[in-house]
Design a protein around this ligand. Structure first.
Ligand SMILES: [Zn+2]
Ligand SMILES: [Zn+2]
Length: 600
């Protein structure tokens, strides 16, 4: 199955055309504007301008209004192929366009500054009074843009060509859809996503924090976050133990030699923290666990009888991400990875690969992830020996193995060319949260090259040395990304097994404080994470606090409950069970935890 290219969809044309219409409107209001590029992006489009003056949200409204009238006037989008000199004449007052034309003429770069294989033809698109350097595609007439399914969203700063040494431009983001309903849905989703923002919930629910003195991208996990991490690790350990994984531990740093050996240095150096020197030797904090696991595999001779060997570790890795690219828990500099490396023979590959897919499916079911897709990134012939290990035959063979395994396992997948890892095909797992937001949580790789660099081998049935394949897999991704995702997916209302605080006992008056304390102690003995709120606040306030912290179960106890030795259960979803024996509640919560159930 090939991925349906966004570039080929009607929505892409609509958004690209809307970007041109927006640029026309902006130029009408601010004729001295220098315009740069305006591509469609996921869910919309943008255009970057050098404006003669700053603009505000109110200006967007007037631009949007003007866009609607341009659309309704029904102008054709007309394409014309021109020579570089003609293009220079047309855009003589537009320095950014002149720069782009130079790039196009020399070849090598398209009008967005992206590398090109062949020298492109130069074309312009015109609608009404506006002309853009553009290779399309567009809708044929502005009327094909639905004026009621269009909205300008925000203003941002962006450097020309993304380079901070260049001028800061004004980027206007917009969104466009085929039908007004789709726009409405999208805006609702954005609103809901804002409420579910993991950075906001992470603070409200005391999960994690960032501290200036600790450093950007280096999260501190508070006790509640610590519980989430431990629950996820327990889950992974349980499933991985059952699937025959062995757990290892490796240090957070190593000598430079290891990463030179693995090839991370110098190629990956940009993504690594700089070295530290001690006793004349350079050390690096690890960006990946693989080289250390390879060392463990290679520590002694291996026979085919031992294979597959599955080495697992929740390893902490450190990667240098630019400050500007850090984003909450989604883009960080220290990450705890649900890592494992499976060393296997070629015959074992499909079964091992399917074993990994099975793990994914179990996690998806557990977390109620209904929509997911695996993106299989392949090599490209042109990149052999540069971006990719120079062995076409092995590439084709490995890619076929992965494809076959996905097909046999009925895994929804799409193929993407020219995005593989250096040493083998890559499988990115994309999932959609409960409100339809897309996340890339985990990456798997099939490595047919690095085991040889580390001289890894096993003695096969025929008594000869053979190089194992290595599957790098991390179904739960990193704790950082996974917890960020789960916060948004559940809107912070975790199922009981995952909730940092599973139950809170709330006495109606001080008179029941002692009883509340006893109940909490009994539940704690039964393995429930519980607290008793014995503070001075009134009951209603205590209930509200528990709800704000999204505690799944509240046990309200008054004088009658204390006398009868029962509790009244209020659940997070509003359900109530009055006057139930503590044993009944205890059995209920223990059952939910043991099954990791999603229902309360
Ligand atoms: Zn264009
Ligand atoms: Zn790895």
């Amino acid at each position: 199955m090939a991925e349906e290219k966004y570039e080929q969809t009607q929505l892409y044309r609509i958004r690209h055309s809307a970007a041109h219409v927006m640029a026309q409107a902006v130029l009408e209001f601010y004729p001295e504007t220098k315009y740069t590029i305006g591509p469609p992006v996921e869910n919309g489009f943008y255009y970057d301008f050098e404006l003669p003056q700053p603009i505000t949200q109110e200006d967007l409204e007037k631009i949007e209004k003007r866009m609607r009238s341009i659309i309704q006037a029904g102008h054709d989008f007309k394409k014309k192929v021109v020579s570089a000199d003609e293009a220079r004449q047309i855009f003589k007052d537009q320095p950014y366009k002149l720069e782009l034309i130079d790039g196009l003429e020399k070849g090598g770069l398209d009008e967005y500054g992206n590398p090109l294989k062949e020298k492109p033809e130069i074309s312009i698109y015109q609608q009404d009074t506006f002309t853009d350097l553009c290779r399309g595609p567009h809708v044929d007439n502005t009327r094909k843009i639905n004026p009621s399914a269009l909205k300008l969203m925000s203003i941002a700063g962006a450097y020309w060509r993304g380079d901070e040494n260049n001028k800061m431009l004004t980027r206007i983001y917009g969104t466009a859809w085929e039908k007004p309903d789709e726009l409405k849905q999208y805006l609702l989703m954005l609103e809901e996503a804002k409420k579910r923002d993991h950075r906001k919930l992470g603070k409200e629910l005391d999960i994690f924090l960032f501290d200036d003195e600790v450093g950007p991208g280096l999260p501190l996990w508070m006790p509640n976050g610590g519980i989430l991490i431990e629950e996820l690790e327990d889950l992974a350990k349980e499933l991985e133990n059952r699937a025959g994984y062995q757990r290892v531990r490796t240090p957070n740093l190593s000598k430079e030699d290891l990463f030179l050996h693995s090839g991370h240095l110098p190629y990956y150096a940009e993504s690594m923290f700089p070295p530290m020197e001690m006793e004349g030797v350079k050390y690096y904090v690890k960006p990946m666990n693989c080289p250390m696991h390879h060392k463990i595999f290679g520590a002694r001779p291996r026979s085919y009888r031992e294979l597959p060997i599955r080495l697992a570790e929740y390893g902490t890795c450190y990667r240098y991400e630019k400050s500007g690219e850090l984003f909450g828990l989604m883009r960080v500099r220290s990450m705890q990875m649900n890592d494992a490396h499976i060393y296997c023979s070629e015959e074992q590959f499909e079964q091992e690969f399917m074993g990994v897919i099975d793990l994914y499916k179990k996690y998806f079911e557990l977390f109620g992830i209904e929509k997911y897709v695996m993106r299989l990134s392949l090599h490209a012939k042109a990149g052999l020996g540069k971006k990719y290990v120079d062995n076409e035959q092995l590439w084709i063979k490995t890619e076929d193995m992965v494809r076959r395994a996905m097909k046999n396992g009925n895994v929804p997948y799409v193929e993407v060319e020219n995005e593989a890892a250096f040493y083998g095909p890559k499988i990115d797992v994309q999932v959609w949260s409960a409100i339809g937001r897309e996340f890339t949580l985990a990456t798997n790789q099939v490595d047919f090259a690095v085991p040889a660099r580390f001289d890894l081998k096993f003695v096969n049935k025929e008594g000869a040395d053979e190089i194992p394949l290595c599957i790098h897999r991390a179904p739960l991704g990193t704790h950082e990304r996974m917890i960020g995702f789960l916060l948004e997916h559940y809107a912070g209302a975790f199922p009981a097994w995952l909730s940092p605080e599973q139950a809170r006992v709330i006495p109606i008056t001080d008179g029941q404080n002692e009883y509340a304390g006893q109940i909490a102690a009994q539940l704690r003995d039964a393995g429930v994470r519980v607290s008793a709120d014995l503070g001075p606040e009134r009951m209603q306030g205590k209930i509200r606090n528990a709800q704000l912290m999204k505690v799944p179960y509240m046990l309200v106890v008054g004088a009658s409950e204390a006398e009868a030795g029962v509790v009244s259960l209020r659940m997070r979803n509003g359900d109530q069970l009055n006057n139930i024996p503590l044993a009944e509640f205890s059995a209920r919560v223990k059952d939910r935890i043991a099954r990791r159930a999603s229902e309360l």
